[in-house]
Design a protein around this ligand. Structure first.
Ligand code: PMV
Length: 335
């Protein structure tokens, strides 16, 4: 017997939906160091493989919810009609959460990421929304349960409930009850991320579509799930060992292996653009000259570098367009 998303929300929220009140929540965006790419169950949004990310400190999403006389949604200050595709996904998720309860809501959601950084984040969006719903309906769920529920909005949202290194276990249960993220205990204050924007416009194909197309048509995809699981374990081990170069090598190889599965899809799927490749070339030359920095890229053309604080001046000199984030510097308040 297969279980559907409605039943899962009903189970987790049994006795935990109270009349809504005003709520505000924030969540950081995250960058996967070991990527999630492909689903083993589409309806439950269960991943083929575990993934591991680093959160982007204060860059993310802030969401406010208030009881209202009708459903309305503002995204970055703009009203979104209910048939806008982004709004549809949000209301579908809200409807799963409120389970037919007569509770119209006004939702305001704002990115705290500079648009120029080229990082529109469904991860922080759905994590902030899930947290705000939990507060609004006084559900008082554990963060791990919120992570499990956020999975239905966006897979990468499972990892946006904490600052620091976070691992989303693929899980083994058919109902997905063990497929959620957890915070890893390691801090690494010198860890840095640089965002190198290539194109900050909307992406050509959503990660949801891209994953499905790669899974269905790429002959290289068969090699991905085992490799990705092993890479995720290796990333975790190197974080624990604090071996930055060993970590960087696997992070970069994992990202490029993911993009290789897409390039082999039929027709080919290429999120990386010529300028993304020239940034990679520049990085590889810099590395041959001694720079200890490594690259990763997601379902878009923008390149992200990881490096340690001691390399920051060199990174900025070589990549003056870089926007640097110190992921463990979360002092001074919220995201
Ligand atoms: O869960 P989604 O739809 O945001 O997909 C995330 C896909 C990647 O960003 C490419 C990889 C990842 O693990 O975040």
């Amino acid at each position: 017997m297969t279980i559907n998303p409605r039943e899962i929300f009903a189970q987790r929220l049994a006795g935990r939906l109270n009349p809504p009140r005003a709520a505000e929540a924030r969540a950081p965006a995250n960058i996967a160091l070991a990527k999630y790419w492909g689903k083993r169950d589409k309806a439950l949004n269960l991943p083929m493989n575990s993934s591991l990310s680093i959160s982007l400190a204060r860059w993310g999403t802030r969401t406010r919810i208030a009881p209202s006389d009708r459903d309305q949604l503002h995204f970055n200050g703009q009203a979104l009609s209910t048939d806008d595709p982004a709004a549809k996904r949000i209301w579908e998720f809200v409807n799963l959460y409120r389970q037919g309860l007569e509770a119209p809501l006004a939702i305001e959601t704002d990115n705290t990421i500079p648009t120029a950084a080229g990082l529109a984040s469904s991860a922080s969006g759905f994590a902030a929304l899930t947290r705000a719903l939990d507060i609004a309906f006084a559900s008082n769920l554990a963060l791990e349960t919120l992570s499990e529920l956020a999975r239905f909005g966006s897979g990468s949202a499972t990892r946006s409930f904490w600052h620091g290194f976070v691992r989303w276990d693929r899980g083994a249960q058919a109902d997905g009850s063990d497929s959620f993220a957890r915070l890893l205990p390691q801090d690494w204050p010198e860890f840095r991320i640089a965002l190198l924007p290539v194109d900050t416009g909307p992406k050509a194909q959503s990660s949801r579509q891209g994953m499905g197309h790669t899974f269905k048509t790429s002959p290289l995809y068969t090699a991905w799930p085992d490799r990705a699981e092993a890479d995720c374990a290796e990333v975790q081990a190197q974080i624990k060992a604090r071996d930055f170069n060993a970590l960087g090598r696997v992070v970069e190889a994992n990202a490029l292996a993911m993009h290789a599965t897409m390039l082999a899809a039929r027709p080919a799927l290429s999120y990386l653009q010529p300028s993304s490749w020239s940034l990679l070339e520049r990085l590889w030359i810099a590395r041959s000259e001694g720079l200890e920095a490594y690259a990763t890229a997601d379902a878009g053309p923008n390149i992200k570098l990881i490096f340690l604080a001691e390399s920051q001046a060199d990174v900025l000199q070589r990549f003056s367009e870089a926007k640097v984030v110190a992921p463990f510097d979360v002092s001074g308040g919220n995201i």
